[in-house]
Write a protein that binds this ligand. Structure first.
Ligand SMILES: Cc1cc2nc3c(=O)[nH]c(=O)nc-3n(C[C@H](O)[C@H](O)[C@H](O)COP(=O)(O)O)c2cc1C
Length: 187
């Protein structure tokens, strides 16, 4: 029998860093875990951000952002951008992360993150103390060094992190493939 718990989350989530233009030629970085796929066509994702974050106002003004997926070697930088505000710090200078130009949007990608989605906001849903931004993926970009011969991301090379309140985890081994159950002799 289960007991009711206050630990009410969906987990694991990705640990991601979102970049948003400041409208003056610069950009801020915010760490987000409440990130998800929303549709495959048009390819869309969601991010949930509290209006109190500095990045929230920037995002409302810009209407676009870049979702950067760090590898586990960037765990300290990822955390740093999630416990300091762009109101008080230039997170690029403080972390050593560097911007590289995006193709579809003004917000730069983070060079050190080897996978990035350039997105434009299509809908905003106000939900309690968070706003949920639905966004269309305008382009997906990966360092060729993390792609396999089919052009898919090799997760063992990217080494994305899982976030579970309030800890960062590295991922273990691949244990199964999509549809492998159809190949089970039991079926
Ligand atoms: C691992 C992690 C995940 C986070 N996820 C979210 C999130 O999904 N939504 C959100 O509003 N804040 C989230 N935060 C908090 C913001 O990153 C944090 O408040 C940050 O300092 C805001 O930066 P800004 O004021 O420069 O926008 C998260 C922080 C960490 C460390």
């Amino acid at each position: 029998m289960k007991h009711e718990t206050k630990h009410a989350y969906v987990f694991p989530d990705p640990a991601a860093m979102v970049t948003v233009s400041d409208g003056a030629g610069g950009a801020n970085i915010i760490t987000l875990a409440w990130v998800g796929m929303a549709s495959s066509d048009p390819r869309s994702i969601t991010i949930a951000i509290r209006p109190t974050r500095h990045s929230h106002g920037l995002l409302v003004a810009a209407g676009e952002f870049c979702l950067n997926i760090p590898g586990e070697e960037l765990v300290r930088e990822t955390d740093w951008c999630g416990v300091h505000s762009g109101r008080d710090f230039d997170k690029w200078t403080e972390t050593g992360l560097t911007p590289e130009p995006s193709v579809h949007i003004a917000a730069p990608r983070i060079t050190q993150c080897r996978y990035a989605l350039e997105c434009t906001v299509t809908e905003t849903v106000h939900i309690g103390v968070h706003d949920l931004f639905v966004a269309r993926v305008e382009g997906a970009y990966a360092d060729p060094a993390i792609l396999n011969d089919r052009g898919h991301v090799d997760y063992t090379l990217l080494r994305p992190m899982a976030y579970m309140p309030d800890q960062y985890w590295s991922l273990g081994e691949r244990i199964y493939g999509y549809g492998d159950s159809k190949k089970d002799p039991a079926e």
